[in-house]
Design a protein around this ligand. Structure first.
Ligand SMILES: NC(=O)c1ccc[n+]([C@@H]2O[C@H](COP(=O)([O-])OP(=O)(O)OC[C@H]3O[C@@H](n4cnc5c(N)ncnc54)[C@H](OP(=O)(O)O)[C@@H]3O)[C@@H](O)[C@H]2O)c1
Ligand SMILES: *[C@@H]1O[C@H](CO)[C@@H](O)[C@H](O)[C@H]1NC(C)=O
Ligand SMILES: *[C@@H]1O[C@H](CO)[C@@H](O)[C@H](O)[C@H]1NC(C)=O
Length: 326
C-alpha cells in the first residue's frame, strides 16, 4: 500500500509543478468584427484555439480535411460559445490543389482576415510517402501546404492589417542539426520518421523568420511557437502504432502524457496568446514557448538559410508570379 501511495503522490506533485509553470494567455481582448482561420481545427490544439477565438466574438473558419469530423466540432463550439459565426471549409494541407481551391474560395467570400493560425500537422509516418505533387507527406502537410496557403492569403492579410500569422512549430525542431536544402523531400538520402518531422518543424520557424522580414512595416506579424507536450490526438494516431513494440510504447507513453502532459486547452495557450494579446502587437519573427519569447535552435535563427529555404519552397510549390503578394 505504501509504495503506490508514494508513487501517486509523486505523480500529482510532478504534474502540479509542470502545469504551474505552463504559460496562460491572460488577455481578455474581444475579437468582435474580426475574422480568424485555424488549420487543423478538428482536433487537439487547433480545436481549442478555434473555440477560444470564437468565445472572443471572432468569425472563425475551421480549415479541415474531414468535414464530418470538423462539423461536429463547429456544432460543439457554437453551442459552447453562442457564437454562430463559426464555419468549416475543406482544406487538405498535404495537397497543393486543395490549398489553392481553399484560398480561392476564402478570397471570394472574406473581405478581411485578421488572424491565420497554421496549426495542422502530422508526425510519425513510418515509411516515406509521396503526395500527388511529388512531395514527402510530412513536409507537404506541415510545411509546403502552409507555405502556399500563407502566400495566397497574404494580400487579404495585408489589407486587413494589423493582422497576425501564427505558426505552430515544435521543440522537435531541435532534433535536427543540419538541413539538406537540395533534398528536402528525402529523394537522395534515406528517410527518417523523426528527421522528417523535425525538419518540417524547423522549416516552420525559418519561414516565419523570412516572412517576418519580408513583411516588416506592413502591419502583418509572423511568429512561431512550441505548444508544450500535449495529450491531443497527436500521439494516438493509427499510423504511429505500426509494430507491436511501438503499440506498447505508445500505450504507456500516452498514459504518461495524460498524467504529465497538458490538456488541449492548456496546449492552445501560447497560440491564443500570439493571436490576441495586446502585448505582442507588433512583435514579429520570434519563437515562443509558454506564452513567452524563447530561443529557437541556432539553425532556426539562420536568416540566410531562411532565405534559401524560401526560394526552394517557392519553386517546389510552383508559386506563380500572380500568387506573390509579399
Ligand atoms: N501534441 C504535442 O505534444 C505537440 C508538440 C509540439 C508541436 N505540436 C504541433 O501542434 C500542432 C497540432 O497538433 P495536435 O497536438 O493538436 O495534434 P492532433 O490532435 O493530432 O491534431 C492535428 C490536426 O491537424 C489536422 N491535419 C492533419 N493533417 C492534415 C491535412 N493534411 N490537412 C488538414 N488538416 C490536417 C488533423 O485533422 P484530422 O482531425 O482530420 O485528423 C487535426 O485537426 C501540430 O502542428 C503539431 O506539430 C504538438
Ligand atoms: C472523418 O471523421 C469521422 C468522424 O470522426 C470518422 O468516422 C471518419 O473515419 C473520418 N474520415 C476519414 C477519411 O478519416
Ligand atoms: C509558417 O510560416 C511561413 C510563413 O508564413 C509558412 O510559409 C510556413 O510554411 C508556415 N508553417 C506552418 C506549419 O505554419
Amino acid at each position: 500500500m505504501f509504495l503506490p501511495t508514494v508513487v501517486a503522490f509523486l505523480v500529482v506533485v510532478a504534474r502540479m509543478l509542470y502545469l504551474r509553470r505552463a504559460g496562460r494567455c491572460t488577455s481578455t481582448r474581444s475579437l468582435a468584427g474580426m475574422t480568424a482561420i485555424v488549420t487543423g481545427a478538428s482536433a487537439g490544439i487547433g480545436m481549442e484555439t478555434a473555440k477560444d477565438l470564437a468565445r472572443r466574438g471572432a468569425r472563425v473558419i475551421l480549415a479541415c480535411r474531414n468535414l464530418t469530423k470538423a462539423q461536429a466540432v463547429v456544432d460543439h463550439i457554437i453551442s459552447e460559445t453562442g457564437n454562430k459565426k463559426v464555419v468549416v471549409r475543406l482544406l487538405d494541407t498535404s495537397d497543393l490543389s486543395s490549398v489553392r481551391r481553399f484560398a480561392k474560395e476564402i478570397l471570394q467570400t472574406e473581405d478581411a482576415i485578421h488572424i491565420l493560425v497554421n496549426n495542422a500537422g502530422i508526425a510519425g509516418k513510418q515509411v516515406r510517402e509521396v503526395t500527388g505533387d511529388g512531395l514527402e507527406l510530412t513536409m507537404a502537410t506541415n510545411h509546403y501546404g502552409h507555405f502556399l496557403l500563407t502566400n495566397l492569403l497574404l494580400k487579404r492579410l495585408k489589407e486587413s492589417a494589423p493582422s497576425r500569422i501564427i505558426n505552430v512549430s515544435s521543440v522537435a525542431h531541435f532534433f535536427t542539426w543540419k538541413i539538406n536544402l537540395k533534398d528536402l523531400n528525402f529523394e537522395k538520402r534515406s528517410y527518417g520518421t523523426l528527421e522528417a518531422y523535425a525538419q518540417s518543424k524547423l522549416c516552420n520557424i525559418l519561414f516565419s523568420l523570412e516572412l517576418a522580414d519580408k513583411l516588416r512595416g506592413s502591419g502583418v506579424t509572423v511568429n512561431s511557437l512550441h505548444p508544450g507536450t500535449v495529450g491531443s490526438e497527436f500521439f494516438t494516431r493509427d499510423e504511429l502504432a505500426v509494430t507491436w513494440f511501438r503499440k506498447l510504447f505508445l500505450f504507456f507513453g500516452n498514459i504518461v502524457l495524460r498524467l504529465f502532459g497538458k490538456d488541449n486547452k492548456l496546449g492552445a495557450q501560447t497560440t491564443i496568446h500570439l493571436a490576441v494579446a495586446e502585448e505582442v502587437e507588433g512583435v514579429t519573427g520570434k519563437y515562443f514557448d509558454e506564452c513567452k519569447e524563447a530561443t529557437a535552435s541556432w539553425l532556426a535563427r539562420d536568416s540566410s538559410l531562411a532565405k534559401a529555404l524560401w526560394e526552394i519552397s517557392e519553386a517546389d510549390v510552383q508559386l506563380a508570379p500572380s500568387e506573390i503578394f509579399y
